[in-house]
Design a protein around this ligand. Sequence first.
Ligand SMILES: [Zn+2]
Length: 317
Amino acid sequence: MTAAPVLSFDLGGTRMRAALVAGDGSVLAMAEGATPARDGVGAVLDGLCTLAAACLAQGPAPRAAGLCAPGPLDAARGVMLAPPTLQGWRNVPASALLGERLGLPVLLENDANAAALGEQLFGAGQGAQSLVFITVSTGIGGGVIVDGHILRGRGGLAGEIGHMKIAEHSPECACGARGCFEALASGSALGRRAAEQRRGAPEGAAPPTGRDVIEAARGGDRLALRLVAGHARWLGRGFANLLHLYAPDMLVMGGGLANGFDLLAPRIRAEIAQSAMPDYRDTPLLRAALGDAAGLVGMAHIVRQAAPDSGRERRHG
Ligand SMILES: [Zn+2]
């Protein structure tokens, strides 16, 4: 454990962030920018370093850093394997490359795992020993914490909850299969259904996002309210599977669609009451509390838990 802050990064397909995080999980400085995903690995790493410099100007010097990024990735080796949202990134040794630029040891972790840990320790999941964090936005990702530990599985591939099959038919999923939870219950799926139902839309109008549908429902739009209710049932069906699989102390829902949590939650709970066995039905379903900071804060904790010296050995060995 060290009193120095941790330099934490969250690399997403569209946005990326850096932060200095103190030992109590508080964010001392944060910087954010668009991810230059089309410009290649070097441009993204340079961008992360620019964000880091903005943070370092505002706080005490860190001794270690951590990067959370979309999977699949090999956390032990610090290698990003083939993230679907970062085209062309295959087997990128992100820990080593970023570490060389920063002059700091850099640990790598799956972003949903880091966010799950952040919520468990400092957000909605405080007090839980086991929880499933579900992020519902463009896709559906998840992090599973069982008995206080991140569930990793073979090659760190556990917890890809967006691709569990919950129906026979659906539009094709990003993974190429059909019937995936993500293809039916993501924010994109909600927007797609709205586009299919919308009549008389202006030619060339951008399709609505899940957030657009939520806002329309909030304004009392009847079609949007019906779509949101139907969408909540798909979410509830997937969540019931998660309850049976992991028996968490709670489910925590984050991501862009959590903006509509108040509208979705009653119907999600109703579906869980129908789909889950009785002993699972009273599991609390909570809205994530940390928003965009969850991954940064969880990542900093992972770095703090790892001994920096052995971490350096492991990454470069
Ligand atoms: Zn899929």
